[in-house]
Design a binder for this molecule. Structure first.
Ligand code: SF4
Length: 496
């Protein structure tokens, strides 16, 4: 879909308007000059009188006109913030005319970012009363009441779980990436390499990982910095052997400061085909608080279609095995909109979940990530339409409410089906603290291991710097010490 925007010259508008248009149409392109023949044209008039900014948009299509107007006082302190506020005014009228033209209401309004709850936290932290903050989200961002209510419930849960949420910036969390899986799933873009026959590679990867843990642990001890949470992700961290896991956790206790006081240690055991009684004994031995066993779906054909080589029965069996071994905080992930799935399959997944009742349930909406096999072969994978995806999302909301789960974090992705969100639900008191840390970006997260992304957060300004370790084990093995050094340099600047 090619959209011509008439009346705006600043090229900086093109990207945000494209993101908004993508909420309505597939693969839009925004043109601000009249060159090519466009499929849709929107005329925008922008006026500024003193601090008052106002915009008008007129969309003309099929001999009909759709109009919108909006204005606000700009309170910017610098040019960057000024443009952001002007951009929001333009986005506001642009969204309005697209909604009128298509008949689709965007529940998240003009917000296209990943972390809507951050906006509400910002207001809350600045002491803005909830009612005023909600009004702002509704008027300026056009977010619907339903989503604002969801954001508020999430914020309340987060502050109950982590009362010092706005102060944990003086601590850090640690993410440890283990890049191996039994096989590669079709929608996956994580650093995940099929483990079969790669034991030599696993061993050399682990020695690099041990080095990183030792160096980072030493730095934390020297600086007297506490660890809030540790998260083992990947890949599938339980794809390595029980002995390798045992060594890894033993090392964590040895080199990290105050492991007994870490608020939460999670190990993703995502793929049920990796779980064995021996590995569960190791997890228990080292007091791992929380694991994730991810069914994604309880329909066998779906698992086959997405390349997950395990059975539904295996998920259920491994779940019971984990329970019997004493694991008492288990998360399960479900994905809405997997190929070939509609409300009937999703209802089945919820009915199966009901028999297990994990402590938390994360409901993802399928997103077509750029590099995944599914995106590259889109025509091969039939997925549900917008209305059905929304119906499934509502089913999840209803089901969790009836079974006394509360939403405690959410994030959105680009190219997510139906422009919906991923929501983490949990039994009250068993929310994952790491998930809250990563979503709300309140503290530095040090990424260790293959493909691990670090997020360095300036404690004064909140400015975020991203830094990623190499994704493939070979490059990681060659360069881990150099990457560790770079991270320690950055950390020294944040924690002098
Ligand atoms: S189990 Fe997870 S990390 Fe591994 S291939 Fe599948 S989606 Fe990717």
């Amino acid at each position: 879909m090619l959209i011509y925007i008439k009346g705006l010259e600043d090229e900086r508008f093109a990207r945000p308007l494209q993101l908004i248009a993508n909420l309505f149409f597939e693969e839009t392109e925004i043109r601000m000059d009249e060159g090519q023949k466009s499929e849709l044209a929107v005329a925008v008039q922008l006026r500024q009188e003193g601090k008052q900014i106002s915009a008008q948009a007129v969309l003309t299509a099929d001999d009909k006109q759709y109009q919108a107007e909006y204005g606000k006082m700009v309170t910017a302190v610098d040019e960057k913030e000024h443009f952001k506020q002007v951009k929001n005014v333009v986005s506001h009228v642009f969204l309005h005319v697209l909604q009128a033209y298509t008949g689709i209401t965007q529940k998240w309004g003009i917000l296209t970012g990943m972390r809507p709850t951050k906006l509400l936290h910002k207001q809350n932290q600045a002491g803005v009363p909830a009612e005023a903050a909600h009004r702002k989200l509704q008027e300026e961002y056009l977010i619907t009441e339903e989503k604002i209510d969801l954001m508020q419930r999430i914020l309340d849960r987060q502050l109950t779980m982590v009362p010092d949420l706005y102060k944990v910036k003086d601590e850090v969390s640690i993410y440890i990436g283990i890049p191996f899986c039994p096989t590669k799933c079709a929608y996956c873009t994580f650093p995940a390499y099929a483990i079969q026959g790669k034991q030599g590679r696993v061993a050399s990867f682990l020695s690099g990982l041990h080095y990183e843990m030792e160096q980072i642990g030493r730095w934390l001890k020297e600086k007297g910095i506490k660890i809030t949470t540790v998260y083992y992700g990947g890949g599938t961290p339980t794809a390595i052997t029980a002995e390798e896991m045992d060594e890894l956790y033993a090392l964590m206790y040895e080199v990290f400061p105050g492991v007994e006081d870490i608020r939460e240690i999670t190990v993703e055991a995502g793929r049920p085909d990796t779980i064995t009684p021996e590995k569960l004994t190791v997890l228990k031995k080292w007091n791992i608080d929380r694991i994730s066993i991810n069914p994604q779906s309880y329909t066998q054909e779906t698992l086959k279609a997405i390349g997950r080589h395990h059975t539904v029965e295996e998920t259920i069996e491994k779940y019971h095995m984990a329970r019997e071994s004493g694991m008492n905080n288990i998360n399960m992930d479900l994905i809405i909109g997997l190929p070939g799935e509609g409300t009937a399959e999703f209802a089945h997944s919820l009915a199966e979940t009901e028999k297990l009742m994990p402590e938390s349930l994360t409901v993802h909406t399928l997103s077509f990530k750029r590099a995944s096999e599914m995106t590259l072969n889109k025509e091969k994978y039939k997925v549900a339409d917008r209305t059905e995806v929304e119906a499934m999302m509502n089913m999840a909301e209803q089901w969790t409410k009836e079974h006394e789960y509360v939403p405690y974090y959410l994030y959105r992705q680009k190219n997510i089906l139906g422009n919906l969100e991923n929501v983490g639900y949990s039994k009250p008191g068993q929310e994952s603290i790491y998930n809250i840390m990563i979503m709300e970006e309140v503290q530095t997260i040090i990424g260790i291991g293959c493909g691990a992304a670090s997020k360095f957060i300036d404690r004064e300004t909140g400015k975020i710097e991203h830094f990623s370790n190499p994704k493939d084990p070979k490059t990681y093995n060659e360069r881990f010490s150099e990457y560790t050094e770079k991270k320690i340099d950055k950390l020294n600047k944040l924690f002098p």
